[in-house]
Design a binder for this molecule. Structure first.
Ligand SMILES: [Zn+2]
Length: 197
């Protein structure tokens, strides 16, 4: 489930303490992220994200439909401020304690495979690209009910999805993710990056 738009990014070139200096994405070891958006308020009604910096945020009351104990167990929350520096109390940034790559399909364009992944040498982050429709492979760890599948995307179990009961709109997209035993992108089941020194 994701709400996505590209913010214009006034703070795009700033260095943030949670950011990897090389890939400029949140480092894999980072927990909660405090973030400032470049507008008065988020543009989308439930969930939004800065796709460029891969920081996701959501309305607190929307996430809380899943129950506070569930949120505490699976998400790191952080503060969201607007362009004036005011704390947006109804919003939080979120980061999954468990993360998963939404796998895709292999795509060949003009004889070249354009799907694949690379590793950030500095922080060990995996940057993956595969064609939609997406699926999960390997299966999420047993018992885990919420995963973050990249910026602004929440992967939740069906019972939590029913608690969220989101309404599909132009701004909020969701779909069922199949779990496959074999990936369709010609890559290994487990994508691994070497641990940075
Ligand atoms: Zn990095």
């Amino acid at each position: 489930m994701s709400g996505t738009h590209f913010s214009t990014g006034l703070n795009r070139n700033d260095y943030h303490p949670w950011m990897c200096r090389t890939c400029r994405l949140p480092r894999p070891d980072v927990t909660s992220i405090d973030f400032q958006i470049d507008s008065r308020s988020p543009e989308l009604p439930y969930m939004d994200s800065d796709l460029f910096l891969e920081v996701a945020f959501a309305r607190r009351d929307f996430l809380e439909r899943m129950g506070q104990d569930v949120i505490r167990e699976y998400l790191y929350l952080g503060e969201l401020r607007n362009c004036d520096g005011d704390l947006l109390k109804d919003w939080v940034t979120f980061r999954g304690k468990n993360r998963i790559i939404l796998r895709g399909r292999k795509r060949v364009h003009k004889g070249k495979t354009v799907t694949g992944y690379r590793c950030c040498d500095t922080c060990g982050a995996i940057m993956y690209h595969g064609e939609a429709p997406h699926y999960l492979c390997p299966a999420p760890p047993a018992g885990v009910r919420i995963l973050e599948g990249g910026a602004g995307t929440l992967v939740v179990t069906r019972d939590l999805f029913e608690k969220l009961s989101p309404k599909k709109s132009r701004d909020l997209d969701f779909y069922q993710l199949p779990v496959l035993e074999e990936p369709l992108d010609d890559l290994p089941v487990e994508l691994k990056c070497p641990k940075p020194a």
